[in-house]
Ligand binder design. Structure first.
Ligand code: DC
Length: 224
């Protein structure tokens, strides 16, 4: 952790898919009266913008994706930044299968990453944020005063994800399928999903979300 007390507080929460980053970041932000920014949501919005053109992703060039990126914006809500595509709510679209299946491709494009990172940094220049993603504590905010790296075993991440989606405990087959999908996504995103050397690791496999949030809030309060 850097000791710079003058910079606006940025808390970064990174980790692999379904490690609980966004929900944890949302709760931490609410407790600290900061705003949550989900950087993955921005990659999803850019992907949704490009998907609307209707041609097959195998033909997408980096430039053709960047050309659509300017249609994406963020608006500050009470406790988080909300995504807008052409000025409209796009939450359902960005969580759908089409975007989820294509977003890794977009997230691999270096100039798209630079565009997203600039938007995230500009947001943090004007607001105190709790930001979650894959590389927030490394590429985007190397000087953040609090960096968290959240991990959990794939089976546990799969169980939580199914529970969240269906409201029911998963069967063992469903669990195995979901865990395999999560591990495949981890492999696709591996390059940009690395902990910062000065990140605090929290393994959430055996602790509740309330405990995770308490630990992060306590560390952040010590920095204010
Ligand atoms: O966390 P998520 O599933 O909403 O992320 C969507 C995609 O964006 C996923 O492929 C990982 C990628 N991503 C990234 O490369 N860097 C980030 N800071 C956040 C997300």
């Amino acid at each position: 952790m850097s000791a710079d007390k003058r910079a606006p507080l940025v808390v970064t929460i990174d980790g692999p898919a379904a490690s609980g980053k966004s929900s944890t970041a949302q709760m931490v932000a609410a407790r600290l009266q900061m705003r949550h920014l989900d950087s993955g949501m921005i990659y999803r919005c850019v992907t949704a913008a490009r998907l609307r053109a209707g041609d097959s992703p195998e033909h997408w060039t980096e430039q053709s994706v960047l050309d659509e990126a300017g249609r994406v914006s963020l608006v500050p809500g009470a406790t988080s930044f909300l995504p807008r595509l052409d000025g409209e709510d796009c939450e359902a679209e960005i969580r759908g299968e089409a975007v989820t299946g294509t977003v890794s491709l977009v997230a691999k494009m270096p100039r798209v990453r630079a565009w997203v990172n600039a938007l995230v940094r500009a947001t943090a220049a004007a607001h105190e944020i709790v930001v979650d993603g894959r590389d927030m504590g490394t590429a985007v905010f190397p000087d953040a005063r609090l960096k968290v790296w959240l991990v959990a075993m794939a089976a546990e991440r799969a169980r939580r994800r199914i529970l969240q989606r269906t409201g029911q405990a998963p069967t063992s087959e469903a669990l195995a399928t979901e865990a395999a999908e999560l591990e495949a996504r981890d492999r696709k995103d591996r390059e940009q999903t690395q902990p910062a050397a000065d990140a605090i690791w929290i393994d959430t496999t055996g602790i509740t979300q309330v405990e995770q949030v308490e630990r992060i809030v306590a560390m952040a309060e010590g920095l204010r």
